[in-house]
Design a protein around this ligand. Structure first.
Ligand code: THU
Length: 132
């Protein structure tokens, strides 16, 4: 398969668009994530909160579900945007749990918000290799 190159403008546009669908009535904090898959697809996710606060789902978690639900593959690049004002969303960083999810779906070389690799965000990770 030919290597795909991230179009960051496109990924951030998609992340900002999907953040508008976030269900965040408790935190008021909207998160959108858009990821490029190694076959060229783009998958998305937004955060979905719950009245039972601890059950809320992060945007990156939804993105990883969308990755598998649409056929799987490996993530190459993920843009994450965050904020309270939907018209002023800024590039964001995934929480610890989401770093782990992204590591599983894309490995240490996966690029996040054009700033970091997952390897930088999650040093010395626990991952699939540990279970082989
Ligand atoms: N959130 C995400 O969607 N992704 C993260 O990586 C960090 C946090 C969401 C969860 C919750 O709905 C809101 O942001 C505030 O924590």
């Amino acid at each position: 398969m030919t290597a795909v190159r991230p179009d960051w403008d496109h990924l951030f546009r998609r992340a900002r668009a999907v953040a508008r669908h976030a269900y965040a009535p408790y935190s008021g904090y909207h998160v959108g994530a858009a990821g490029l898959v190694d076959d060229g697809r783009v998958v998305e996710g937004c955060n979905v909160e719950n009245a039972s606060y601890g059950l809320g789902l992060c945007a990156e978690c939804a993105l990883v579900c969308a990755l598998h639900a649409s056929g799987g593959g490996r993530l190459v690049a993920v843009a994450v945007v965050v904020g309270r004002d939907l018209d002023d969303l800024q590039p964001g960083k995934p929480c610890g749990r989401c770093r782990q999810l992204l590591y599983e779906a894309g490995g240490a070389d996966l690029l996040v918000s054009a700033r970091h690799t997952v390897g930088e965000l999650l040093p010395d990770p626990f991952g699939p290799d540990a279970l082989r």
